[in-house]
Write a protein that binds this ligand. Structure first.
Ligand SMILES: O=c1ccn([C@H]2C[C@H](O)[C@@H](COP(=O)(O)OP(=O)(O)OP(=O)(O)O)O2)c(=O)[nH]1
Length: 374
């Protein structure tokens, strides 16, 4: 399907089947699944023109360092830092280390020989020779480091999470919030997108998800609606619009005039309609401004998950006055858990549905159907 749709370059994470095949000895049910995965990857490869099958690209120089610095400075971390300042000054580094360990065990195969064997099993024997093999492993490690660094910027730490303000709690009950784990996951997606910004100072990312009536493969009942980041209009070339430096006086006024906001891009270029009967939600890495708030409400989105650092502020050409007063849309902002005053997190759910055994079975069945009789 991807190839037929005309996509001419695919970058994919060469690990899902590999990791699954690792379990071959220990779990026979998973092996069946892993073989189907491996077959699907092989099919993708054999159907591809040469340039289609591109594994991993190396990260640009200093990318990890840049992401680490900006993650540490981001609003989510800074809010926790203010609260924890006396007891723990380096909690971000700790969260990051934890994430790195977790992601390495999830996504990397520590034993090189085993990795080679698995690559051979799925028909990627040309990658077993050096320098290709060591490059592949290095690129995988760098990407894991980068993902862990961004994930640590929306951490499970110090009772912080996405909650409604007190006055909205009744509303929250009616509209039932997501589990903190899923909300954090979606916000991490938005934070990753923010790195694509064309604003040299502030990157903003927005992701829209909706909860359908029935569950579907992989993402439970949640389905992806759209995403965006703050950037110049789609299709514009370098130098079509002014890229200002920090010293120019009217920089902000001129920059804001041309940059399309993350939420506007996500709403304009979404791939699905927003259905009024479904619970749809937008995750934005900063407080939505006065232009974006009415657009979000008008689009029929039911919930906003955001930071609220600029709320109530009026800047040169942009203001954040409307978000605080917005009614009819549930607002979940990054703050200390109100559980101390009696509000509990909703029952943990996975991607909008309680994960049951039958979902795994269903996914396995779906893979079989996709592969047909081949
Ligand atoms: O709802 C919004 C609000 C702003 N932006 C983008 C537009 C612009 O590219 C950037 C502006 O952010 P901000 O208002 O925080 O200004 P700043 O550039 O960080 O400057 P300041 O130092 O005044 O905070 O964020 C969005 O994408 N969505």
């Amino acid at each position: 399907m991807i190839v037929n749709a005309g996509v001419n370059r695919i970058s994919y994470w060469p690990a899902d089947p590999e990791i699954s095949l690792q379990n071959e000895a220990s779990n026979p049910t998973h092996t069946e699944d892993a073989k189907l995965d491996a077959k699907a990857v092989e099919r993708l490869k054999s159907n591809s023109r040469a340039r289609v099958c591109l594994l991993l690209q190396p990260l640009v120089c200093d990318m990890v360092q840049f992401v680490e610095e900006t993650s540490q400075k981001c609003d989510f971390i800074q809010k926790i830092a203010k609260t924890l300042s006396e007891c723990n000054t380096d909690f971000y580094a700790e969260c990051r280390q934890e994430r790195i360990k977790e992601y390495e065990s999830l996504f990397l195969i520590s034993n090189e020989e085993m990795h080679k064997q698995i690559l051979m099993t799925i028909g990627l024997e040309n990658l077993c020779e050096n320098p290709y093999f060591s490059n592949l492993r290095q690129n995988m490690k760098d990407l894991v480091l980068l993902l862990a660094t961004v994930a640590a910027s929306v951490p499970t730490c110090g009772h912080f999470g996405f909650y409604c303000n007190e006055s909205q709690q009744a509303n929250e009950m009616r509209h039932q919030s997501l589990s903190q784990e899923i909300a954090r996951h979606c916000m991490i997606q938005a934070r990753l997108l923010a790195y694509r910004t064309e604003d040299h100072k502030t990157g903003v990312g927005a992701v829209i998800w909706a909860e359908g009536k029935s569950s579907c493969d992989g993402t439970g009942a949640m389905y992806f609606v759209g995403c965006g980041y703050n950037a110049f209009p789609v299709g514009s070339e370098y130098a079509d619009f002014p890229h200002m430096d920090d010293k120019q006086k009217d920089r902000e006024i001129r920059k804001f005039r041309y940059i399309i906001h993350a939420e506007q891009n996500a709403l304009t270029f979404r791939c699905q309609e927003i259905k009024p009967e479904e619970r749809s939600m937008i995750f934005v890495t900063k407080c939505p401004c006065d232009e974006c708030v009415p657009l979000i409400k008008g689009s029929g989105i039911k919930q906003i998950y955001a930071g609220d650092v600029d709320v109530g502020k009026k800047k040169a050409d942009i203001s954040y006055m409307k978000f605080g007063e917005l009614e009819g849309v549930c607002k979940f902002t990054w703050q200390l858990s109100p559980s101390h005053i009696g509000v509990h997190e909703p029952t943990p759910r996975e991607n909008g549905v309680r994960k049951s055994k039958s979902l795994d079975e269903q996914q396995h069945q779906n893979k079989k159907l996709c592969l047909g009789n081949h």
